[in-house]
Design a protein around this ligand. Structure first.
Ligand code: FPP
Ligand code: MG
Length: 298
């Protein structure tokens, strides 16, 4: 049924009646469609469900277009980013168009669902702002990190699950928690992969987050384990292009202190909680998609 979502997105793009946008859309790498999959798994596949899934994916695509401008990223999913191909102005405006069209179509679905999704986009934007602010200095505040990833990533996944539950006439609360946990775990894994994956698999340079000034969960845990001299050395490397030996040093420290295992366990605990919650709702089928969040290498 994911095909129906793809067709709906294409239809929304064609509605715009603007050949330039069609061309840009063709250059947009198709992602994992995780949010759409989640919505379809929870709510089946009637027209309202397909439309909601298409709208959420358009909003998500818009947020990544803007994020790549903010992060100055040349690559997205192993392909050149829109900002790299056509410049920041085009990427921002294309994002605005996808986002506004999504909102326009959302108005037709249901006022409650429109409210849930639009609130998630407010959170998403606040989260991105928080991410940028946090990366201005070396921060190892885990609560601040968790709040930021909740806003930046989990909010839209949470809203997707909750909206899908409402569309299917199911009680929303457990689905909201399920979506929230999946979203948090997803971002934690994303942050782990930035360290463990090679750049070819990841579609962006490895250890890029730390160079960009981001102190994600593994870096927070590593800092806690280092002695004072090592902490100073570590802080000095933050927010700069890393030399080969510095990259190695970070990776060796991570290995010695079992940081990846510790971070992965935290993501897995969230997924296990989500799976248990869904099985009490008789939704065992929702465990597969939850496992996919953490069992991935890109
Ligand atoms: C990716 O984070 C970024 C997000 C999940 C959210 C971005 C949100 C905005 C730019 C707010 C604007 C939103 C709209 C809809 C106009 P990342 O940089 O950690 O992940 P990456 O490695 O995939 O780039
Ligand atoms: Mg980014």
């Amino acid at each position: 049924m994911l095909k129906a979502v793809e067709r709906k997105i294409e239809q929304y793009i064609i509605d715009l009646d603007e050949p330039e946008i069609l061309g840009l859309y063709a250059k947009l790498p198709v992602g994992k469609r995780l949010r759409a999959k989640l919505i379809l798994r929870i709510a089946g596949s009637n027209l309202r469900v397909v439309k909601t899934a298409a709208i959420v994916e358009m909003i998500h695509a818009a947020s990544l277009l803007h994020d790549d401008v903010i992060d100055d990223a040349d690559v997205r999913r192993n392909k050149p980013s829109i900002n790299a191909l056509y410049g920041n102005k085009t990427a921002i405006m294309f994002g605005d168009i996808l986002y506004s069209k999504g909102f326009f179509e959302l108005g037709e679905i249901d006022p409650k669902i429109a409210q849930i999704i639009s609130n998630a986009v407010v959170q998403l934007s606040l989260g991105e702002l928080r991410d940028v602010s946090l990366s201005q200095s070396f921060t190892t505040n885990k609560d601040a990190y968790l709040k930021m990833i909740y806003q930046k990533t989990a909010s839209l996944i949470e809203a997707s699950a909750e909206s899908a539950a409402l569309l299917a006439g199911k009680k929303p609360e457990p689905y909201r928690i399920y979506g929230r946990n999946l979203g948090l775990a997803f971002q934690m894994i994303d942050d782990i992969l930035d360290i463990t994956s090679d750049s070819a698999t990841l579609g962006k340079p490895a250890l890029h987050d730390f160079e960009e000034g981001k102190t994600t969960l593994p870096y927070i845990y590593l800092y806690e384990k280092l002695d004072t001299t090592e902490q100073e050395k570590f802080k000095f490397m933050h927010g700069k292009k890393l030399k080969k030996n510095e990259q190695e040093w970070i990776k060796v420290q991570m290995k010695n202190h079992k940081i990846i295992e510790q971070s992965y366990a935290e993501a897995k605990a969230l997924i296990d909680e989500a799976i248990t919650l869904m099985s009490t709702e008789g939704e065992d089928a929702l465990s597969t998609i939850a496992k996919e969040m953490i069992e991935r290498d890109f």
